[in-house]
Structure formats: C-alpha cells, structure tokens
Design a protein around this ligand. Structure first.
Ligand SMILES: [Zn+2]
Length: 434
C-alpha cells in the first residue's frame, strides 16, 4: 500500500496551538531566555546594560520591543575581538556537545539540552513535508563543519528513518546508491537532485523506473515552481521545501498544501520593516527576525536574518495553526519602498518570467513630483504566445498583473528586443540621487 504522506502531524499538540496559547508560551520563553542571556552571557549583559536594560525589564511579550536587534556582522565582530565565542558562551567550552563552524566564519556551540528541541523541530518539519518512519533517506547535505548534515541526519533518525549519509558531491554515484538501496526520500538542494537526474540518465538509470524515490525535501536554495515541477516529472516524487539557516536551524516548513511554509512553533518570530524597525502587519513584506528560546549555549535574541518575506495568517487545511511564510523573497537589502509598500525585484521577475514574449527588463522608481512612480521597462515581441499581440492591450494586461503582485500601480513601458542591455535584478532608485 502506498505511504500516506499527506495527513497527520508529528506533534499535534504543538502544531495546533491557538494564537493565545502560542502568545503565552512565547511570553514565558522570552522572559526566560532574556534573563538567561543577561545573567550568563557577558556579550548580551554588556549590550543590554548599555541599552539601559536590567534583567527584570522584560516581563511581557510586548517588552520584546525594548530589546536591541542583533545582526550577524555584530556576532562576527564580537568573535574577532574576543575569540572564539565573542563572550557569548554561557557554559565552559568543554560542556558543549558540538561546536559548528558556519560560513562567516562563526563558531556556534551547542549543549545537549538544546538537542531535544532541535530534534523536535526537525521531526515536525520532515513529517509535515511527507517523510514517515520507515523511509530510507539519502542525506546529501554537508556533514563537516556546518550544522546542516549532522542535525538533519539526527532528525531523520529520531523520526524513525534509516539514513544514508552521503553528503555533497559524487553526483553519478548518488544515483547508483539510491537505486541499489531503494532510497525513498532525498534531502538536499533541489539543484543537486536535478544534477543527479541528469547523471543518472547518462549512466543508464531511469530516474522514475529504476529508483524508488517518492519524496524530495529541499532546503538551502529557493524551489521555484518550474524546478519543483521538473523534479516531480523527472523522478515522480513529491517535492517540498524547508527554510532554515545555519544560525537558526529549521525556521519554517511546507505542508501538503505547498503554498507557504508554517513557522516553527518554538521560535519567536517578528517580521520587521528594515527602515523603521517596527513590526509590519501580516501580509506586508519585511525582514525575518528571530528569537530562539531553546538556544542556551550561544543565545540568539532578536536576530535579524537579512531575509525578506511576507507572513500569512490564514487557516490552513492541513490543520497546523502556525502562520506561514508566503515565500522567501531574497535579501532584505534589495527591498525598495514605493508608495509605502515594499517592492522586491523577485516580485517583478515572477511576472516577467510568466510570458515567453518578454525579454530583459528594468524597474525604476522615481519621484518626479510629490509621489513615487514605479516604471517597469520590458522588451516585448508581439507574438501572441501568452499576451495580446497589440502593444496597448499587452501593456494593460501586464499592468494588471503587476498590480496584483505588487499591490501598487506600476507603469509598464514595452520596448523592442535588444533595447535593454541586461536584466537588472535590482530596482533602480532614482529618488536617492537627489
Ligand atoms: Zn498547512
């Protein structure tokens, strides 16, 4: 009988918390981790004392706004000044269970008590994506230095899976291993599985007929619709994604709905406007900022990830109650505010890529008088493949599509192929040049 990969949850109690239950949990966790960091991490003690805070100043979830933000360069700088941990270590170094080295470079220590929380988050995520006890999982994430490979490995073990720790590389051999062992789940980057598919075919392995693969769980790279579809078709699999970072572990995971990633329940997430540093309303773009209540050895509090997203707070038919990250829009420093709304180059690209008759494009925001004007210039060939042949009608249709995605009006200018040298994946902001 085929495995049911679409129903149930790993931890129904946590995954169906009401908003109020979650708020109470976050509040308790925030107070606890703040006091822990203030009392035991000289790095935080200094920062917070300088900000005029005492250990008793954080009493409610609202009080989180009093806590200074933390950015990765500050952690790197602290580690350079006071190696190896930048004074942000709450236990003696030989009490750590692992020390990871993440790109940066940055040292990150873990104590055994944190591992349970990490495994719980991993199991919820893998189960939500469709992995089940009894799966044979090939783990192609890197095992050395960084946390990814090892932590993912341990998560699948806890879920009750058999893990084949292949790590990165050896593309053609990965396909042979998958075939010979009857691997059912692939985990790694989507581009790596696509490469394995190519190599398999070259080596006479049919990715559908010769492999038993049923599911791909992807992370560390975006999974655009086109790639998801091509992996599905090539391997005959479900293709689902997680979002995580080396600093934070699992942040969010897809569910069978595949239309956004539910936020990991244990973390306290804020989406902030990088200009005003205020929390944005649900549905608006902003920067993912996380507080990790379970990270005890190297606390992470109000950490700005630099990743831009949109948060969605709607009921999901999978039954999980945590809000979803609609998608990861890229780096927050590419966000541009136009008429009070954030616009990300990814949004513009998503519309342009839908139509084969469109070529290079550029987006320009200007303020000729009092208000902002966003102009998107695009190369256009009136072939009638997916847009009207008529210039005026095509322009109208595109303006409608941009309005839907960007939620503000953009003026579209259609130009001949060859008029724009190359696609600018950034929005050119002429307002700043005054
Ligand atoms: Zn869901």
């Amino acid at each position: 009988m085929p495995v049911d990969r679409n129903s149930g949850m790993w931890n129904p109690q946590e995954e169906t918390l009401t908003k109020e239950e979650k708020r109470l949990r976050d509040e308790k966790n925030l107070v606890r981790i703040f006091r822990h960091a203030y009392s035991n991490s000289p790095f935080y003690h200094e920062r917070y004392r300088e900000a005029g805070l005492t250990a008793e100043d954080i009493k409610t979830l609202e009080d989180i706004k009093k806590i200074p933000f933390l950015r990765k360069p500050e952690l790197q700088e602290a580690q350079r000044k006071n190696p190896p941990f930048g004074n942000n270590l709450t236990v003696p170094i030989n009490k750590l269970s692992e020390i990871f080295v993440s790109p940066g470079p940055i040292f990150e220590g873990v104590v055994a008590e944190e591992v349970e929380a990490m495994l719980n988050a991993r199991c919820k995520a893998f189960y939500s994506c469709g992995a089940r006890p009894g799966d044979i999982v090939i783990n192609t994430f890197m095992y050395h230095m960084v946390p990814a490979g090892l932590n993912i490995h341990m998560g699948f073990r806890r879920l009750g899976c058999t893990v084949v720790p292949t790590g990165v590389g050896q593309t053609a051999y990965q396909a042979i291993i998958m075939r010979d062992l009857g691997v059912t789940v692939f985990t790694g980057t989507p581009s790596f599985l696509a490469m394995i598919g190519e190599e398999a075919k070259k080596g006479g392995i049919d990715p559908r007929g010769d492999l038993k693969l049923e599911l791909g769980i992807f992370s560390a790279e975006p999974l655009p619709d086109g790639l998801r579809k091509s992996l599905r078709d090539t391997f005959g699999i479900l293709a689902r994604q997680l979002f995580g970072t080396a600093d934070l572990g699992t942040v969010a995971r897809e569910c069978p709905q595949e239309n956004g990633m539910h936020i990991e329940e244990s973390l306290i997430m804020e989406i902030i406007d990088p200009n005003t540093m205020e929390q944005v309303a649900p549905g608006e773009e902003g920067e993912i900022t996380c507080t990790m209540p379970h990270k005890l050895a190297n606390p992470i509090i109000r950490f700005r990830t630099g990743d831009a997203t949109i948060l969605r707070e709607e009921k999901c038919s999978c039954g999980r109650t945590s809000p979803k990250l609609k998608k990861i829009l890229g780096r927050v420093d590419q966000l541009v505010k136009v008429k009070g709304m954030f616009v990300h180059p990814v949004n513009i690209k998503s519309v342009v890529q839908k139509h084969p008759e469109l070529g290079n494009y550029e987006a320009i925001v200007d303020r000729p008088q009092l208000s902002d004007v966003l102009t998107i210039r695009i190369e256009f060939e009136g072939t009638g493949k997916s847009l009207p042949k008529n210039l005026e009608e095509a322009k109208e249709e595109l303006e409608k599509e941009f309005k839907e995605v960007l939620r503000i009006k953009a003026a579209v200018e259609l130009v001949q192929k060859g008029s724009i040298k190359e696609t600018k994946e950034r929005i050119v902001d002429l307002r700043k040049m005054e």
